[in-house]
Design a protein around this ligand. Structure first.
Ligand code: SAM
Length: 174
């Protein structure tokens, strides 16, 4: 399953750190890239640096119209999963989510109501408020698991590689 993220509602001053964490989490768990509904170029730069150091080809593309990106994605046969605490709980719908190309939408503040109608699935990761980073991580992990993959075993080839250790830190260069 090919997965891209659509990040809505990014406020340049306030959300830089959490939007970066959304992108880093998406990258680490195997998503292809993120569309960012903002002209904040800093997030793309941070992710480029992360990929240069740690590997992979994750991208962040700034967009100006999330509606047209969703319409284009759907016109090309892609499906849209909107993460919202008001949706159907993930364990109850995961068996339906079999798209080859999936766009996962996460908000920051309140998302436009129209999105609920445009999405193929409005999905909650438990019907309690928490975070876009937490919701995205669990969703990517469960989607990978249902297609027989382990999201935590996503492979990267970068300039640096972590050598897992019970204690201490070991990083080797390539
Ligand atoms: N009150 C906001 C609303 O009306 O959606 C919640 C904003 S929340 C801080 C930011 C984003 O985190 C949401 O747009 C959603 O994508 C995600 N999120 C938070 N809790 C969630 C949950 N339980 N399930 C799925 N997504 C969640």
């Amino acid at each position: 399953m090919r997965i891209i993220i659509l990040r809505l509602g990014h406020r340049i001053q306030r959300d830089q750190r959490i939007t970066t964490h959304v992108a880093l989490t998406a990258r680490a768990l195997g998503a292809e890239g993120m569309l960012l509904d903002s002209d904040d170029k800093g997030i793309a730069k941070s992710l480029e640096e992360a990929s240069e150091t740690w590997g992979g080809s994750f991208y962040v593309r700034n967009i100006t119209s999330w509606r047209s990106e969703i319409r284009k994605w759907k016109a090309e046969g892609g499906k849209v999963l909107h993460l919202t605490m008001y949706g159907l709980n993930l364990p109850d719908v995961i068996h339906e989510i079999d798209a080859e190309n999936l766009m996962v939408v996460v908000g920051a503040e309140k998302v436009p109501r129209e999105l609920y109608g445009l999405a193929d699935w409005n999905v909650a990761v438990g019907n309690q408020p928490h975070s876009e980073v937490g919701a995205l991580a669990i969703t990517l992990d469960r989607l990978a698991a249902t297609s027989g993959r382990d999201a935590l075993k996503t492979q990267f080839t970068g300039k640096l590689e972590i050598v897992p250790r019970r204690a201490g830190k070991e990083v080797k260069g390539r």
